[in-house]
Design a protein. Structure first.
Length: 353
C-alpha cells in the first residue's frame, strides 16, 4: 500500500496563480497524498480559491496562520499539521512533473535513502530552460557520480558523507526544497525551519540533513521553478541594471538592499557551520570563499550608496573587514576623496545576486 505523503504549500497573495501548482499535484501518478495549503494571512481571495479546490478534492486542506510568519514559518505550520509518513514541499507558483512523487518513492525503496531530491527546469514567461545540461553542470554531476554511490546506471547519486563539502565547493546548487521528499520522523532530530531567515531559509534547512542521513539525488528534472514577476528574486532583470542610474529608482534599490542583508545573514550562518564542522577538509579555503561572497555584497551596497558618503564608507569598511580586494580598496579611496562618479572597472565586482 502506498504510504501517505503530506505536501506543504505555503502561499501569500497567490490566488491568481496557485491553480497551476495544485493541478500539478492532482496530476501525480502517486495517489496517496494530502495537500496542506498554508495561507500566511493573504489579503486577496486565496481562502475562497482554496475552498473551491477543497470541494473538488477532499485530500486538500487549508490552514491560515494567525500571524504572518514568512515562508519558513508557513512551512513549519504545514509540517506540524501533516499526517503523512513522508513530507514534501511545493511553492504556490511552481509545479511538479506528474512522476515526481512516484519516482521519488521508488528511489527511496531502491536506495534505502532517508531523503530524496531531483533536478528542475526554470520557466520565465513562456520560456522554459533546463540549466543542468551546460558543460559546468555536466562536469559537476559526473564528478559526483565518480565520487559517490550511484544507482540506475548513474541516474541517481547517493550521499552519506561528504555532501556538505561538495555543496560548498560547487558553483551550482543541485538541491531544492521543492523536490525534497523525506521521512517525517526525521523532524524529531532535525527540527523545524528557522523562521528568522526570510531568504535562504530553505537552503539553511537542507544543510541540517547533509552528512547526517542517506540522501538520493535524482538527476532528472521533477519540477518547474517559475520566475514570476512578484517572486523574491525576479522583481527585475538584475543582469540589465545600470548601477550608475540605480540611485534614481528608490524602489529597486530598497529591494536589492533588503535582499543583500538577508543574503549576508545566510552566508554568515553557513560560515559558522563551516567553522564548527569537523568534516570539511579544506576549511580555510571554504571560509575564504564565503568571506569573498559577503565582502562582495557589502561592496555592492557601498557603490550604490556612493552619493551618501557616510553610508557608503560604512558598507565599504564592512567589505574590507571580510576580504580586502583591489575593488573595495579602490572604492574606499574614491569615497575618501568624495568621488561620486561611476567607474567601469568597479562595475566588474558588483554583485546584484
Amino acid at each position: 500500500m502506498e504510504q501517505l505523503i503530506s505536501i506543504v504549500m505555503p502561499t501569500y497573495n497567490r490566488a491568481q496563480i496557485i491553480s497551476g501548482a495544485i493541478e500539478s499535484i492532482l496530476h501525480q501518478s502517486y495517489a496517496n497524498w494530502e495537500l496542506i495549503v498554508v495561507d500566511d494571512r493573504s489579503t486577496d481571495h486565496t481562502e475562497e480559491a482554496i475552498r473551491e479546490w477543497r470541494r473538488k478534492d477532499e485530500r486538500i486542506r487549508y490552514v491560515r496562520n494567525e500571524r504572518e510568519k514568512g515562508p519558513g514559518g508557513a512551512r513549519n505550520a504545514g509540517m506540524l499539521a501533516a499526517q503523512g509518513e513522508y513530507l514534501a514541499f511545493l511553492d504556490s507558483d511552481d509545479e511538479w512533473f506528474p512522476n515526481h512523487l512516484a519516482d521519488s518513492m521508488k528511489t527511496h525503496a531502491l536506495t534505502k535513502a532517508d531523503i530524496s531530491f531531483a533536478l528542475w527546469v526554470e520557466r520565465h514567461g513562456d520560456i522554459t530552460s533546463y540549466n543542468f545540461d551546460n558543460e559546468v553542470e555536466r562536469h559537476l554531476l559526473n564528478s559526483m557520480r565518480a565520487t559517490f554511490e550511484t544507482w540506475n546506471d548513474g541516474e541517481t547519486i547517493v550521499f552519506e558523507k561528504g555532501l556538505f563539502e561538495a555543496f560548498l565547493s560547487h558553483t551550482r546548487n543541485f538541491f531544492q526544497l521543492n523536490t525534497m521528499v523525506f521521512r517525517k520522523e526525521l523532524l524529531d532530530e532535525v527540527g523545524l525551519i528557522n523562521e528568522h531567515f526570510y531568504l535562504g531559509e530553505d537552503t539553511t534547512y537542507l544543510l541540517r540533513f547533509f552528512d547526517k542521513y542517506r540522501i538520493a539525488l535524482q538527476t532528472k528534472p521533477h519540477s518547474v521553478y517559475r520566475e514570476s514577476p512578484d517572486s523574491l528574486y525576479f522583481f527585475c532583470d538584475r543582469w540589465q541594471l545600470d548601477p550608475d542610474t540605480l540611485h534614481l529608482n528608490e524602489e529597486i534599490y530598497k529591494k536589492i538592499e533588503g535582499l543583500s542583508f538577508k543574503s549576508i545573514k545566510v552566508r554568515e550562518h553557513i560560515r559558522d557551520l563551516v567553522a564548527q564542522s569537523r568534516s570539511v577538509s579544506k576549511k580555510a579555503k571554504q571560509l575564504s570563499y564565503i568571506d569573498i561572497g559577503i565582502a562582495s555584497k557589502y561592496y555592492t551596497l557601498s557603490y550604490l550608496n556612493r552619493y551618501n558618503r557616510k553610508k557608503a564608507l560604512h558598507y565599504c569598511r564592512q567589505s574590507l573587514r571580510y576580504k580586502v580586494t583591489i575593488f573595495n580598496l579602490f572604492l574606499f579611496v574614491k569615497l575618501l576623496f568624495s568621488s561620486k562618479s561611476g567607474n567601469v572597472f568597479l562595475h566588474r565586482a558588483l554583485n546584484f545576486w
